[in-house]
Design a protein around this ligand. Sequence first.
Ligand SMILES: [Zn+2]
Length: 251
Amino acid sequence: MRRIAIVTLFLLLVGAGIWLFIMNYNHIERHVYQLNPGTPLATPVTCLSSGTPGPCILIVGGIHGNEPAGVQAAQELAEGLMPQRGRLVVVDVANPLAVAAGMRFISTETDLNRAFSIKGADGNTGKQAQAFWSLLEKERIDWVIDLHEAGGFFRRDETEVGQTLIFSPAPAAADLVLTVLDEINCRVGPDLAFTYLSPPQSGSLVREAWEQLGIPGLIVETCKQQELTARVAQQQLVVKIIVDEILINRK
Ligand SMILES: [Zn+2]
């Protein structure tokens, strides 16, 4: 009899746990639409809304087509992240032409991450940059997190930017980077430690979002001299630390 009571109690607790999980999960509203729909530039935008007021963070991968960790990290984050308040907007393949070709940018186009300062730039690059400007305003983005990769480690060769966080010259971004560095470097250890740089290159999404719209942000640069799985894990960890910091700790 006592055993039946314990089993019943156990099942009730498991049931309550599953119910709470489903209720919490259902609370997140997921909505996907296309940027530049019906064109060769069409690419999905995933919006995850908590239903609770708060900041909106844009997470971008694949601005450069030969930096696969950012694409994979953003794709998986779009499936798994659940904002506790505010919203997350994920564009995992920002430059689909370059990602399909596996190149930084295709030879007939210019570098998308130098095109954001050129209002009305020509060609597909200009169209995609314009679509991002519309997205920033339409989704009322408060922060931009842009995922990239470099060929070498900055700490060994200062012409490279691997294992750095490059922040826009905004006081809030500087503050955020110091917090993120503390947390990420405890996890990755001294050999793979990240450091910071600022400002991002002129014409880059993060630099121009700050200068033209006052939206702070940072670029996460992993180093391609590591396995892809390690780079993806590092990018996801940095994003999760940032999301927790902005959406939970800074309430
Ligand atoms: Zn890049």
